[in-house]
Design a protein around this ligand. Structure first.
Ligand code: GRF
Length: 208
């Protein structure tokens, strides 16, 4: 691992295929510029955590229901992540909206991937909502997280065409096609942010 590698904490809630893509690139490419220092989750028993453990990465679980209030959960999650002193935090299918303590602490360092072309179809059902709206193209968006829901500055987007047969399984196959593009996009973006640095000017993210 190059000494200059940027420290990244990845947050997951599910299958963790985006996490796996990051793990695989770190392992395959010593010049990638990223060290995954920990993987956090909001629930236990998920494939994402197993992937992290298989890769020998430290993991932690911070569940909302173990805390009296959402604010306490947010403070705990912030502290757990901060303990790893990350340069970047990546939400890779982390299905919780974090609070202000977290977004303030990791302002301009917290990256999310969303399975729709923002600002269209924010929220937890981006794939389904796009399909229901009748769009002919959708895709994925990698963006910095601000205090809104999927509203922060956009870093990169990938486009996926909708097929007529996507109606049949309520978007499951469409989501899989989006995730193929999304994994590549996320790996590319995280690497470029880590290696090149970046500036955020209003809504524009500049990566030299
Ligand atoms: C991704 O499509 C992400 O954008 C969405 O959930 C999916 C996570 O997939 N919020 P995985 O857990 O990385 O396989």
């Amino acid at each position: 691992m190059a000494n200059s590698a940027k420290r990244v904490v990845v947050l997951v809630s599910g299958s963790g295929t985006n996490l796996q893509a990051l793990i695989d690139r770190v392992a395959a490419d010593p010049g990638y510029g990223v060290e995954i220092v920990a993987v956090g989750a909001d629930r236990s028993g998920i494939a994402g955590l197993e992937r992290a453990e298989r890769a020998g990465l430290p993991t932690f679980v911070t569940r909302v229901r173990d805390h009296a209030t959402r604010e306490e959960w947010d403070a705990e999650l912030t502290a757990r992540v901060a303990a790893y002193e990350p340069d970047l935090v990546v939400s890779a299918g982390f299905m919780k909206i974090v609070g202000k303590a977290f977004t303030d602490r990791f302002e301009n360092r917290f990256v999310n991937t969303h399975p729709a072309l923002l600002p269209s179809f924010p929220g937890a059902h981006g794939v389904r909502d796009a399909l229901a709206h009748g769009v002919r193209v959708t895709g994925c968006t990698v963006h910095f997280v601000d205090n809104g829901v999927d509203t922060g500055p956009i870093i990169a987007q990938g486009v996926v065409e909708v097929r007529d047969e996507d109606e049949e399984d309520e978007g499951a196959a469409l989501h899989e096609r989006i995730k193929e593009v999304e994994r590549e996009l996320l790996v590319d973006v995280v690497g470029r942010l880590a290696r090149n640095g970046y500036r955020i000017e209003g809504r524009k993210v500049r990566i030299p």
